[in-house]
Design a protein around this ligand. Sequence first.
Ligand code: ATP
Length: 303
Amino acid sequence: MSPLAYLIFKPTSEQHETEQELIEIRAILEPEFNLSVYFTTPEDSAGQLAHQAVENGAEVIIASGGDGTVSAAAEALIGTEIPFGVIPRGTANAFATYLGIPNDLKAACLVILSGHTRLVDTALCNGKPMVLLAGIGFEAKTIEQADNEAKKRFGALAYILAGIKQFWQGVKPFETSVETESQTAVIQQATAVTVANSAPPTSVLAHGTTGVFVDDGLLDITITSPQSRLEGAIALYHLLKSGFNNNAVDLDNVHHLRARHIKIKTEPPQPVVLDGNLMGTTPIEIECIPNSLNVFVPSTAET
Ligand SMILES: Nc1ncnc2c1ncn2[C@@H]1O[C@H](COP(=O)(O)OP(=O)(O)OP(=O)(O)O)[C@@H](O)[C@H]1O
């Protein structure tokens, strides 16, 4: 008997495109799986549908959409051994990129069929699932600015354009206190705080540390506090470099910590983006859940 698989699928606003993508995915997966498809709606979240799939005895769960869909669906699998497939169809697809899962539909389906899995950490941020990162300040304001129309027209470039605009306008500095199981750091003039479970190099603000590893049982915290555009540009350059070479940034206005459990407060409260979607404002509390998600990845992927 073929394994019972559930595909949690976020439709796009283009109905024709959605139908075509689904036909392509079904054609590859159905010969191997007893496949049921659940469509997300603003009311039926990927998380609820994935929980339903688990209750129905799913042997494989696959999420297809942007990072928000993947993250929400993952929550139902935390701590189970059910293998989790990702078919990226969003704008940034940062989780798939980080794990080396291709953006091409067919190639992503073939990764699932290959059956190679990897155990990765997840986290809970104020009780909500986090597979990538939580961003406070600059990143959250950038996501706020990258509207749906721009994402449709420019794809991932919309985030870069919004980031440049945000950089140019500047972020009003805020005071932050970051409390971990072993220390508390207070930064008076922060512009961004990023807590990462995983992050591709393009999630620039996450890369103050010596690499962001998704299976080390720890979260990587980067706090930036540049006080001018020039300092900001230098910090961004070093963070971008660090994303590729895993050397920690050595600048006075880039701070980094590693911890399993983190509480962050800011004054005044700041918007928070969680796995690509705005979730509210600070304070936040994040706990890493080591080795809690079993994801299909290419057998050659290294991170
Ligand atoms: N059928 C739907 N129509 C409109 N919104 C939906 C639908 N299904 C889910 N959503 C909403 O979409 C959000 C998750 O989107 P997700 O991040 O996965 O994809 P995206 O927005 O297409 O991609 P990206 O964030 O990369 O641009 C959630 O806020 C969810 O409520």
